[in-house]
Design a protein around this ligand. Structure first.
Ligand SMILES: Nc1ncnc2c1ncn2[C@@H]1O[C@H](COP(=O)(O)OP(=O)(O)OP(=O)(O)O)[C@@H](O)[C@H]1O
Ligand SMILES: [Mg+2]
Length: 283
């Protein structure tokens, strides 16, 4: 990896699933991302941290085809397949390549049940068209059965089996966030992007979420990119951390390295005893 920021150690593996090189994203006079270069290695849990407005969600939007940066390249390399540019590709096409995400603010079909919400994610990958569905062709019935099984499997994986038939809007916040993860996993991704999955959850839910994120990687083999303000959660699950500030990468390293990096402490983490509220939970 070529790193744009001096003094920052490059990634240690050649098996890069996402390569971001010199990405700049502007909205009128606002520069959300400024010459950002980073790599996501296959199989790792990488966390992106930084103050509000640092450009974290903008980066996710660039990685998933929602935003098209004015400069730079974003290359996705699936495990079995050729490297492809994500820039200018539509979000649903990026999803088909093997990239799924959850959103900073909860997004689901609130009138549908937990089961139905997850099944929508699963079915987005299937081949049945409207005619097949109307005629109830054998292939359609088989796919329906398969998607039911896969949905149940995912609900079990995220611990929502008992909530399967509940209307999703009635779920506690932590369960909603896990439902969103299950739905994203339903598209069979190689990479899962989580945008503040712990926002609004209580301490017990955060512990469960940390375990779920680890399981996504270890049991499903999915690479995880995690945006999160809760430093306890980040430090407990991330193997590597990249810090954004004012749209720039200001540091990257292991959790231990980031916690003692004075640039990061000054920009975001604050001193360990500081009472200052910077949107970050105590380490
Ligand atoms: N669609 C948009 N139009 C205009 N400005 C935008 C747009 N999307 C993002 N920005 C701006 O880009 C900057 C970075 O925003 P972004 O949402 O990426 O930050 P963030 O790091 O995710 O912050 P937070 O921690 O609060 O979620 C902000 O100044 C924001 O106002
Ligand atoms: Mg954000």
């Amino acid at each position: 990896m070529t790193d744009a920021t001096p003094g920052i150690a490059p990634a240690t593996t050649d098996d890069v699933v996402f390569s971001v090189q010199h990405v700049t994203l502007r909205f009128g006079g606002v520069t959300s991302l400024s010459d950002v270069s980073l790599s996501l290695n296959r199989g790792e849990i990488l966390s992106i941290i930084g103050p509000n407005g640092a450009g974290k969600t903008s980066l996710f939007n660039c990685l998933t085809g929602v935003y098209t940066p004015q400069e730079g390249s974003i290359i996705f390399t699936p495990e079995h397949g050729h490297a492809v540019s994500v820039v200018g590709r539509k979000p649903y096409k990026v999803n088909r390549l093997g990239v799924a995400r959850t959103f900073q603010t909860s997004r689901m079909f609130s009138a549908l049940t937990t089961f139905e919400n997850v099944k929508i994610g699963v079915e987005s990958k299937q081949h049945t068209g409207a005619i097949g569905a109307m005629l109830r062709l054998p292939r359609t019935r088989r796919e329906e059965h398969e998607s039911d099984l896969k949905t149940l499997e995912l609900l079990k994986f995220v611990g929502l089996t008992k909530r399967a038939n509940e209307i999703s809007s009635s779920l506690p916040y932590g369960d909603r966030r896990r439902l969103e993860i299950a739905r994203a996993l339903g598209t069979n991704p190689e990479v899962l992007l989580l945008d503040e999955p712990a926002a609004g959850t209580n301490p017990a839910e955060k512990v469960e979420l940390a375990e779920l994120i680890r399981n996504v990687r270890t049991q499903l083999g999915v690479t995880v990119l995690l945006i999160e303000h809760d430093m306890k959660l980040v430090m407990s699950v991330a193997e590597r951390i990249i810090v954004l500030n004012f749209g720039q990468v200001i540091a990257q390293g292991s959790p231990a390295e980031i916690q003692r990096n004075t640039v990061v402490i000054n920009a975001y983490l604050g001193a360990p005893d500081s009472d200052e509220d910077n949107g970050t939970e105590a380490l």
